[in-house]
Design a protein around this ligand. Sequence first.
Ligand code: PHE
Length: 439
Amino acid sequence: MKRATWSSQLGFVIAAAASAVGLGNIWRFPTTAAKYGGGVFLAIYAILTATLGIALLSTEIAIGRSTRLAPSKCFGEAAGGSKRWAGVGWLGTLIPAMILPYYCVVGGWVLKYFVDSTTEFGPFLEDNLSEGAYTFLFGTAVIALILMGVRKGIEKSNKIMMPALLFLMVGIALFIVFGMDSGAGLKYFLLPSVERLSANGEFSWMMLGKCVLAAMGQMFFSLSIAMGIMITYGSYVPEDASIPRSTARIAACDTFVAVVAGVVVIAGAFASAQPEAIEKAGPGLLFDALPKVFAWMPFGRVLSFSFFALVIFAALTSAISIAETVTASFCDATGAGRVKGALVAYAWLLAGAAPCVFDVDILSWADFAVNNVLMPVCAFLTCVYVGWVRKPAWILDELGVSIPFWRRAYAFLIRYLAPALIAVIFVTQTLSGLGLMEI
Ligand code: PHE
């Protein structure tokens, strides 16, 4: 069967940007940036994204387009690779498969808060039954869109949700910037702070190092790198689309949303005299601190309803991309059709989500294992495979890069710089996750 493609370059950019813009932008970026010195973090993040981020993103998309295969198959013999490297493909399949169930549980939480925002916010994780029901609803919506196909399901729905998300996010940010007393919060978020990079009253290189690591870890997650997603979405990119140009737009969009989310969260928290809100990240920020921040503001109801609507769009479009990766990996590995693949992904999603609903610790454990162990290992092996086994020319030709300087720069990056940086992230994140180092 002929492989599906996006209808155009724009369709692809919107879908990939919609995948990249997710909870990472909203519940992690703002507080991480604030913690690591505001403007300093933003500058480092921007530089890393423009170099390493764009290079790795392009690499994954190019692997997808050149092989026209999902992660499960794109490293093995079917893709002109060697048998020995096929295992990386299984790692690239395991990662999205592990993320899918728990991401849908989190999607269920967001859905509950969206519904609650129309009346009164209930307590977080009230009872397993309603949590399970919301997870089920969220997961079912995701799979329904996957069943509808690449163009009619994924691309079409993303073309509605993504602009709506941008519109709501920018609208809320404008309200906070111009309608509220936001000066202190904006300064805190946007201006570089040496103080927050200091230890015992003096600037600390150690803190700056931690800031770089935090920025790098955040960037990987935010650009959906090493999740198999961009390989899968890349495998649907039309031949005449420019990958470098698309990648730059995807990264720019992802960074824009992260910064605007930062304005909403940080300036909002300061304006409503609740600066302690920015100490939080993750569910504590989204489901506890922010509802209080909005409740304090004029038009609080409208604001929190709009905000949770945009969070739903962010979560849904990211969940779609992860579900598509699982589906395509299954289909390419077994030769099954889309309907069968999507139903297998659905069964897997429900079976994996059930334990997470009953025990949040399982969710946290899966999240830790994927982010701190499996993803860095997968990213590292992908660099080695491209840089040393298949050679950089494979990707460079697919990207259409002909200028010698850029070819050399890319080869250096994929062979030495990226694997070295990924190894550092791996070691430090694992140590900090195990409580052996503070980061
Ligand atoms: N980039 C996404 C985010 O910021 C990461 C992600 C995508 C996670 C898809 C899960 C599934 O949230």
